[in-house]
Design a protein around this ligand. Structure first.
Ligand code: NAG
Length: 205
């Protein structure tokens, strides 16, 4: 196993070193250390399972943001919720970028694995559409929330960032899949782009 395949984020590096230290103490063989890494859930790139799990995290983050948007109303805590939405949008952005890194570092998937991902990808697209519709619906509330300037300008920027990250993830996935998902990928990506563009336009008017 090459070390290049093991991906450990900066944040996890120090705790990984501690965990590795403990494992070295208990388990003399490096084979067990790698098994230990996998079982404690550090991201080992390369498998469809890692990608599936990234997509799941992105979907959870989208749903949580959509949920917060639902509660964003003019008669509620406009400023507080607008700030929370900003924070959640940044979280989503970083989770999508993590997914892009996972997909970029993965090897080409088998056709069986590609087929398994198709449902997840379609389900993620739907969550993104729901999220974008949620933002557009709440534009009047964002216009009432003043964070430095009116918050709708911040949303436009968030949406542009999210679009860029989603494109990056989509292209990284398109590169490594095969079969039907490879065939469907351009259409899925162009539908996502169009939805993003419509939402960005709504906030730039
Ligand atoms: C992976 O797939 C891409 C096309 O999607 C191809 O260009 C590349 O050569 C493949 N890599 C390997 C290692 O097979």
């Amino acid at each position: 196993m090459s070390v290049g395949r093991i991906q450990i984020s900066e944040k996890m590096r120090s705790s990984s070193a501690r965990v590795a230290g403990d494992l070295i103490h208990w388990l003399p063989s490096t084979k067990y250390i790698f098994a230990g890494f996998a079982s404690i859930g550090l991201a080992i790139a390369g498998g469809a399972a890692d990608i599936e799990s990234s997509i799941g995290k992105i979907e959870d983050s989208c749903s949580s943001l959509s949920q917060t948007l639902k509660g964003f109303t003019s008669d509620g805590n406009v400023m507080g919720t607008a700030l929370k939405l900003q924070g959640e949008a940044k979280d989503l952005l970083s989770i999508i970028n993590d997914g892009k890194d996972t997909a970029s570092n993965a090897e080409n998937l088998s056709s069986a694995d590609s087929d398994k991902l198709e449902d997840s990808v379609n389900s993620l697209s739907k969550s993104v559409f729901t999220l974008l519709d949620g933002f557009v619906e709440k534009k009047p509330v964002f216009q009432k929330a003043v964070l430095g300037g009116s918050a709708d300008g911040l949303v436009e920027k968030d949406l542009q960032d999210l679009k860029g990250a989603t494109d990056g993830l989509g292209k990284a996935l398109e590169n490594i899949v095969t079969g039907q998902l490879k065939k469907d990928a351009p259409q899925i990506l162009s539908d996502l782009d169009k939805h993003f563009d419509d939402a960005i336009k709504a906030f730039s008017d």
